[in-house]
Ligand binder design. Structure first.
Ligand SMILES: [Zn+2]
Length: 203
């Protein structure tokens, strides 16, 4: 139906998240009408993002340089770390504009069935940060599903010695859902009504 060169582009766009076949066709028609210089800078920007965006050496968030914008921002409170599964979750909290602390990105959650144990997550670095930086509280914001809960529990267990406060965000977010779908008001409440889950020091 389409010339082969166009068909290829339609298939590329159709394979992207959230873009159906119809939208992919519309994008291809639109791109056909653009001047070559625009297409060139578009493709160069994609390549540069793909090659240049790395994990922040401190928190694991996406970064252009060694540190991400949040870790490099002196005005952010270094005493609170919000522990999340992925850089996408950092965006969710940042959009709510309610949080002024820093983050720690785990790169997933504990999931024994998928072979993801503590060693697969960014946990060694979290221990180092708690030891070396002036961290007083961890707010665990892993997802509200079984793996997210198990991960929160595991992290609370790691820091039961030493007086660090570990809290869990409150969930107005339905159990089993991801943070991506939460709006800013939900995130604000989730932070405000967080619950202390520091392990009982007597145990
Ligand atoms: Zn960072």
């Amino acid at each position: 139906m389409f010339p082969e060169k166009m068909q290829k582009v339609i298939e590329w766009f159709g394979s992207l998240p959230g873009i159906g076949h119809k939208s992919a066709e519309r994008i291809a028609f639109y791109l056909l009408g653009l001047p070559p210089e625009k297409i060139k800078s578009f493709s160069e920007d994609m390549l540069s993002m793909n090659r240049g965006v790395k994990a922040c050496s401190a928190c694991g968030n996406y970064a252009d340089s060694d540190l991400c914008g949040i870790c490099g921002d002196e005005s952010r409170d270094p005493s609170v770390l919000c522990v999340v599964e992925s850089p996408k979750d950092v965006i969710v909290f940042e959009k709510s504009s309610q949080y002024r602390g820093r983050y720690h990105v785990l790169g997933g959650k504990l999931s024994p069935l998928d072979g993801i144990g503590p060693d697969e997550l960014n946990i060694t670095r979290l221990r180092e940060r708690v030891e070396k930086e002036s961290v007083k509280e961890l707010i665990i914001a892993t997802g509200a599903d079984l793996e997210g809960e198990a991960t929160a529990d595991y992290i609370a267990g790691l820091f039961k010695e030493g007086g660090l406060k570990v809290s869990r965000i409150a969930f107005g977010i339905p159990f089993g859902s991801n943070l991506d779908f939460a709006n800013s008001a939900t995130i604000e409440k989730a932070l405000k009504y967080r619950v202390d889950i520091s392990k009982d020091k007597k145990n």
